[in-house]
Design a protein around this ligand. Structure first.
Ligand code: 6PG
Length: 477
């Protein structure tokens, strides 16, 4: 076996298979391996003409077919299957070789694996890959972590197979150890928020206009020509216009209304809690999926009174514009929160992530690709340490332009009994974060009352406690 492959892919389910084809189509010689050889054979039989594949039946042959330093892409299920593949690979690798995990791994696992492999002189590069099957084949957004040294040899290959926007690759070195997988996790959290916001906008339009799904699809298609232009809005138009072949009904009407998840949204919310970052849009979106699947609770609640006031839409065009503005403003909040989380994690774990660069590599290839990511990159170019995205001049103006619409929609939805958890929590976040004074003062006072948890004062430094059960004198704690 001559060591001639420039990169190898092990795990040839649809994502791995498409990544391998993408490498081959871009002129790289690709070693391919799968636990069951049949998949490897079928890849070569069906797509062998797309480039130079080097198939191997055993892991040892697969490793032996790679040029040094070896670059092995592992594309298997997150968790135990990834560990199993790494354990099999490691004894066959030599110092300086690179193992790239392109699955949706949980970033603490990536930190652990990076440490273990580094101790053996190997590079472990936890890499976020977004764009689904289509992206893997034609150009995904790629978020590699790991050492800067590993990126020197890996980067040019990954950049070549990634999506490109205006000639710029949607791939950059994110930061050390788990940074790549962390950023991919937040990408998915934002994806959940974006999807939920779009779903709420759809629901509002359906109730407010009494329009058909396909008519609403047309509205989304129209929105996709403006500020909201994005992959998710585009596919929403497509889905809403789709008819179910079996019943002739709107496809969206025959899909069971219980949203599932594989867990990246849940991880994002858990980490938001750990770091104390209010990612309320992502949390509401994740809980909205949980609520949709809470069948016994939904059944028990079905007969509860609504006492709604109804919603009479007099000016249809103005209503549609209000929903559009509310969607845009809520979306800006969700992204702003996600970027806050990246900043907090970057500081906590010492990653030094460039948030502008993250927005840049999300412009193409990935699920949340959108026109307005350019505006986010520009905001971080204006100020790399921007404390809050919605405080950037462009976004502050954009949100303020839509504020009246946003309030009308959230208030109207509450009156009409239409649930808009992501729209309304985003507006509540906006109002809270800009408030000069919050009722958190009362919460602190209550904590001191029942638990002597102390408080700080607005007028002088120090920590204090009031003797609530005694004479109510205050003492420095
Ligand atoms: C991507 C997607 C991809 C996948 C997620 C979300 O960036 O290509 O985010 O990773 O769609 O697993 O799926 P769930 O909704 O099932 O969590």
């Amino acid at each position: 076996m001559s060591a001639r492959a420039q990169i190898g892919v092990t795990g040839l389910a649809v994502m791995g298979r498409n990544l391998a084809r993408n490498f081959a189509r871009n002129g790289f010689t690709v070693a391919v391996h799968n636990r069951s050889y049949a998949r490897t054979e079928s890849l070569v039989a069906e797509h062998g003409d797309e480039g130079d594949f080097v198939p191997s039946e055993s892991v040892a042959d697969f490793v032996a077919s790679l040029e040094r330093p070896r670059k092995v892409v592992v594309m298997v299920k997150a968790g135990a299957p990834t560990d199993a593949v790494i354990d099999e690979l490691v004894p066959l690798l030599e110092e300086g070789d690179i193992v790239l995990d392109a699955g949706n791994a949980h970033f603490p696992d990536t930190i652990r694996r990076e440490k273990a492999l580094a101790a053996k002189g190997l590079h472990f590069v936890g890499t976020g890959v977004s764009g689904g099957e289509e992206g893997a084949l034609n150009g995904p957004s790629i978020m590699p972590g790991g050492t800067a040294e590993s990126y020197e040899s890996l980067g040019p290959i990954l950049e070549k197979i990634s999506a490109h926007v205006d000639g710029v690759p949607c791939c950059t070195h994110v930061g050390p150890d788990g940074a790549g997988h962390f950023v991919k996790m937040v990408h998915n959290g934002i994806e959940y928020a974006d999807m939920q916001l779009i779903a709420e906008a759809y629901d509002l339009l359906r109730h407010g206009l009494g329009a058909s799904a396909s008519e609403i699809g047309d509205i989304f298609a129209e929105w996709n020509t403006g500020d909201l232009e994005s992959f998710l809005v585009e596919i929403t138009a497509d889905v809403l216009r789709h008819q179910d072949a079996a019943t002739g009904q709107a496809f969206v009407d025959i899909v069971l209304d219980q949203a599932e998840q594989k867990g990246t949204g849940r991880w994002t919310v858990q980490n938001g809690l750990d770091l104390g970052v209010p990612i309320t849009g992502i949390a509401e979106a994740t809980f909205a999926r949980s609520l949709s699947g809470s069948v016994p609770q939904r059944e028990a609640a079905a007969a509860l009174p609504a006492h709604t006031a109804g919603w009479e839409v007099k000016d249809r065009e103005a209503f549609v514009e209000d929903v559009r503005q509310a969607l845009y403003a809520s979306k800006v909040v969700a992204y702003s929160q996600g970027f806050d989380q990246i900043a907090a994690a970057s500081a906590e774990y010492g990653w030094d992530v460039d948030r502008g660069a993250m927005a840049r590599i999300w412009r193409g290839g990935c699920i949340i690709r959108a026109r307005f990511l350019d505006r986010i990159t520009e905001a971080y170019e204006r100020d790399a340490n921007l404390p809050l995205l919605i405080a950037d001049e462009y976004f502050a103006d954009a949100v303020s332009a839509g504020l009246a619409s946003w309030r009308r929609i959230v208030a109207g939805a509450a009156q009409a009994g239409i649930p808009t958890p992501a729209f309304s929590s985003s507006l509540a976040y906006y109002d809270a974060v800009r408030a000069p004074r919050l009722p958190a003062a009362l919460v602190q006072a209550q904590r001191d009352f029942f638990g002597a948890h102390t408080y700080r004062r607005t007028d002088r430094d120090g920590t204090f406690h009031t003797d609530w059960s005694g004479d109510r004198t205050e003492a420095e704690a």
